[in-house]
Design a protein around this ligand. Structure first.
Ligand code: ADP
Ligand code: NA
Length: 330
């Protein structure tokens, strides 16, 4: 059996450095060893309110970010979820397989719904069932996930197992996570205890992939740090979340170990470190930003890529969906 990867990001706003270092860059590498599907998960995005006028643009921008980072639509299948209706169809069937108790245990729903749970959409609650459908619709065998999605992937495995058991079908494979290392987690530039996120109201908390050099410089200059110097080894970063984050970003962008970054900058203050980090970030991100801009100037090209990707995804999904329907008796 082929090893098949499925992954995606929500088109819910600006794609940022965290998405790039934590997801896209890794997706690009996986293209060498797996058959990959990279999806713009627009149906996930609408579990919270999205301005309709902005959403179409955000979908294209997400696709442009994938491509600008190096996802090759000739090798990988790049598409958006809502163009392949089988995602919704399989998600409904999984709504009838998953148990209420399983979903009640999902910590991300509790985090995202916050205190006002009664006001959360039902879609936000059953989001993990749609994620299971995304993956299993293609019998994907591997899913690159961050720490925060591990629980959802466990649920995917539970749904696959229960489906196979209930319908006496050996239909869905066991999905394996490809766990990203801790270093791939990029934190907010304003608060080292929070993940860099599209949904953070402060634009200074993140570096967006469409930020120009001046904006990147300004954001790094304003990034929170402490008054201590860069330590000789990463041990000296203990308890210093913001410093740890900036060193980690440098290491990830330069493809270096943190140990080597600390050794290079030992004894320097953050003003000089930030200047070096700015140069590095601008050098690494400028080509990505340029390519995104070029692509966004030609929306028809992006739409054509997505349409072609949806056709290829649909072709893979159709026979699997037929097996599912037969197993259920539909
Ligand atoms: P979510 O935040 O719900 O995981 P997103 O659509 O925002 O999903 O993110 C898409 C991908 O980018 C995911 O693989 C996620 O793990 C990764 N990602 C998002 N934010 C960060 C971050 N701050 N650091 C590292 N990876 C991130
Ligand atoms: Na996010």
């Amino acid at each position: 059996m082929t090893n098949r990867v499925f992954s995606g990001a929500q088109p819910s706003g600006n794609m940022h450095l965290g998405n790039y270092l934590g997801a896209f860059r890794n997706w690009v590498r996986l293209q060498d060893d797996y058959e990959c599907l990279y999806c713009v998960v627009d149906l996930h995005a609408i579990t919270v309110w999205q301005e309709p006028a902005g959403l179409t643009h955000q979908i294209r921008e997400a696709a442009a970010a994938y491509m600008a980072a190096g996802v090759d639509p000739a090798r990988s299948i790049l598409f958006n979820q809502s163009q392949v209706p089988a995602h919704s169809e399989l998600a409904w069937i999984f709504n009838c397989v998953a148990r209420l108790g399983w979903l009640n245990r999902m910590t991300q729903f509790k985090d995202k719904a916050g205190k006002n749970r009664e006001k959360a959409s039902v879609g936000l609650y059953i989001y993990p069932n749609l994620m299971a459908a995304d993956i299993l619709l293609y019998k994907a065998t591997h899913v690159p996930v961050g720490e925060d999605q591990k629980q959802h992937l466990e649920l995917t495995r539970d749904i696959a197992q229960k489906f196979n058991h209930d319908f006496g079908a050996d239909l869905f494979p066991e999905v394996e996570p490809i766990i990203q290392d801790e270093g791939a987690r990029v934190m907010s530039l304003r608060d080292g205890s929070k993940k860099m996120s599209k949904s953070d109201p402060s634009d200074y908390s993140r570096i967006n992939l469409n930020d120009d050099a001046d904006t990147i410089a300004q954001k790094i200059r304003k990034a929170r740090t402490d008054s201590e110097l860069i330590p000789e080894t990463p041990d000296g970063l203990t308890g210093r979340a913001e410093a740890t984050n900036l060193i980690g970003i440098y290491a990830a962008l330069a493809d270096m170990e943190r140990t080597a970054v600390c050794a290079d900058f030992a004894g320097k203050d953050f003003a000089s470190f930030k200047a070096a980090l700015t140069d590095l970030a601008v050098a690494k991100l400028a080509p990505v930003t340029e390519e995104m801009t070029r692509l966004m100037n030609d929306p028809a090209e992006i739409d054509a890529v997505l349409r072609k990707g949806a056709e290829r995804a649909q072709a893979l999904a159709a026979p699997i969906m037929a097996e599912v329907r037969a197993a259920v008796g539909l």
